[in-house]
Ligand binder design. Structure first.
Ligand SMILES: [Zn+2]
Length: 264
């Protein structure tokens, strides 16, 4: 209790600190959706970035020298998932490890029909339950931010996993508010997840990335990317899914997304 009070006071002080001018410029350069947010949301996002950058331990790997630009570009995308919500700033996460480019790692990929493909792959990013860390490739962080409507965003993907871990299970369900919310979430998500698997097994084209069929945790990360980057298309193709995400994320990215109108 005392610790919580101490923590919330410290965070309130961090949020109230003047934002370095250079940070705003970095976001205007690296994060095209930033200038589309209302000024209220921009300020809220920047105040979250202040807390995030102060509390998380950033580490450069593979010869990468960390800069404020790297920290702020990662933090702002991570904090986009926290807007308008009560948040404890990814409490399971202590470190963010950043490589200059993609790195090699063992990977499993679900092919459908009970088949998995295994092998070494170039990884762009990774996080794991109880790992306390997120690993990211700076090239791919930058690329994901600069293409805001291709439905792919590494930082949103990995931080969606962190939100999923907050209920102690990597099961595709983050912490929701009421038991009714949990029931509605389970009903919609299990239906949509099975529908994606069935469509892939039938060889149909799907709006959602097939990586989402890997398991419910990847499904949540993939639909989070779609929600923020292709919200209009998601709303049209999967309205029930869109509603669940809108309720959870407490925002409607159709109001600021750069997704071209009529492109779906
Ligand atoms: Zn993932």
């Amino acid at each position: 209790m005392v610790l919580d009070l101490f923590k919330s006071r410290r965070r309130a002080r961090l949020r109230a600190k003047p934002v370095p001018k250079a940070w705003r410029a970095m976001l205007e350069r690296n994060l095209p959706v930033f200038h589309r947010l209302t000024s209220e949301d921009q300020n809220e996002l920047l105040s979250h970035v202040q807390v995030f950058v102060a509390e998380k331990h950033f580490e450069g790997a593979g010869g990468l020298t960390l800069t404020d630009e790297i920290k702020v570009t990662i933090a702002a995308q991570a904090c986009l998932l926290l807007l308008h919500r009560e948040t404890d700033y990814y409490p399971e996460l202590t470190s963010i490890i950043v490589y200059p480019t993609s790195y090699i790692s063992d990977e499993q990929r679900y092919l459908g029909g009970g088949l998995w493909e295994e092998g070494s792959e170039h990884r762009l990013g990774h996080t794991g339950e109880r790992l306390g860390a997120i690993v990211l490739s700076w090239d791919d962080v930058r690329h994901g931010a600069s293409e805001p409507h291709d439905g792919k965003n590494l930082v949103l993907h990995e931080f969606a996993h962190q939100l999923d871990f907050e209920n102690r299970n990597a099961d595709g369900t983050p912490v929701l508010q009421t038991s009714g919310d949990y029931r509605a979430w389970a009903r919609v998500m299990s239906h949509e997840f099975e529908a994606l698997r069935d469509a892939l097994e039938a060889g149909d084209d799907t709006f959602l990335d097939d990586y989402g069929a890997t398991n419910p945790a990847e499904f949540f990360a993939v639909i989070t990317e779609a929600f923020f980057e292709r919200p209009r298309a998601l709303r049209r193709n999967h309205p029930a899914l869109f509603m669940q995400l809108q309720r959870f994320y407490q925002q409607d990215p159709t109001s600021y997304s750069l997704e071209p109108v009529g492109a779906y």
